[in-house]
Design a protein. Structure first.
Length: 328
């Protein structure tokens, strides 16, 4: 099986979920005896190609064009269609980002194929790939397979695989092959505007390595600065479960869960969060989960790596003090 991973970079920065998807591809390749190729698209992206070449991939495809400097769905679809028809992969994988949601279904449809999006896992059942998707806000999972012939298209949810487990290239570096595409200005019908996340108040929690999240246990908005002090001492971001954001105590962009952001930080510190499934689906991919809750039967302890049965108002100041001392 030939697997092609379409990575994402914007404004000369990686979207880290690209490497999570690369990890997924390496897992699938092991299971199927396949090979993995990685693709980076844009203008002036040679450095990104070199970084990918250091990973365990058969080759890196470098797709560059002046009209690909800024993302447009038309430009990406026209260019990637040519690359896929030339490379003939069996499986094309994407990170499930806002950008991918915008263009990938159109790309698949242009090639007469379907797409399975927002997957959290896969299974290899007798050589047949089965992709796992969540349904009804994470209350149940569905196994989905492709009925048509290859190429198949799928995207993986943030946190489904760990980026730090991407295997390096044993031989040092994979070949980086420039792939020319034919693209004209007339084929691009949209004009790029400012990125949504560039709004002054916006925050992309998917890129945060450390997150301190609060739930109903915080009791009142005037108590939030205690949690923010912990986040500052850790060098992390503050986040919350849905009830906190619904009350307006923190902006909606700080919400984690099925109706908020899906994150996979190195550390997720849950303070006073019960662990409802709608919240858990947004953070269960964290590398290490630490939960603090007075209720020893809180569902959050079922997924936590470390659990503290205690009052968060005793833990927060003590933790902040300990972290500040460690810094000094």
């Amino acid at each position: 099986m030939k697997i092609l991973v379409v990575t994402e970079q914007r404004q000369n920065k990686w979207n880290n979920t690209s490497f999570e998807t690369l990890a997924a591809a390496q897992h699938i390749a092991k299971d199927t005896g396949g090979t993995v190729s990685a693709l980076v698209i844009g203008k002036g992206v040679a450095a990104f190609g070199d970084e990918l070449a250091a990973k365990n991939v058969a080759e890196v495809l470098l797709v560059e064009h002046d009209l690909l400097e800024s993302y447009t769905p038309d430009g990406y679809c026209v260019a990637l269609k040519q690359v896929i028809e030339s490379a003939q992969p069996d499986l094309v994988l994407f990170p499930h980002t806002y950008q991918v949601r915008d263009f990938a279904p159109k790309l698949a449809a242009t090639l007469g194929k379907g797409m399975i999006g927002d997957c959290i896992a896969y299974k290899n059942e007798g050589g047949k790939l089965v992709f796992v998707r969540q349904m009804f806000q994470g209350k149940t999972n569905a196994d989905v397979t492709f009925q048509s012939a290859a190429p198949w298209f799928a995207s993986f949810q943030a946190g489904a695989f760990r980026a730090d487990l991407v295997e390096p290239n044993a031989s040092g570096k994979a070949p980086v092959n420039a792939t020319a595409v034919a693209l004209s200005a007339e084929q691009i019908r949209t004009k790029p505007q400012d990125l949504f996340k560039e709004a002054k108040s916006a925050v992309d929690l998917t890129q945060a390595p450390l997150i301190v999240a609060i739930g109903r246990g915080i009791k009142a908005p005037e108590n939030i600065p205690q949690a923010e002090a912990v986040a500052k001492a850790l060098g992390g971001e503050i986040a919350a479960s849905r009830p906190i954001c619904d009350e307006g105590w923190l902006p909606m962009e700080r919400q984690i869960g099925s109706s908020g952001q899906t994150v996979a930080p190195k550390l997720y510190l849950a303070l006073g969060i019960s662990g409802a499934i709608q919240h858990v689906v947004g953070m269960k991919g964290a590398r290490t989960i630490v939960a603090v809750n007075k209720d020893q039967n809180a569902p959050i302890f079922e997924i936590a790596d470390y659990g503290i049965v205690a009052d968060i108002f005793e833990v927060m100041p003590a933790l902040t003090e300990a972290l500040e001392k460690a810094k000094s």
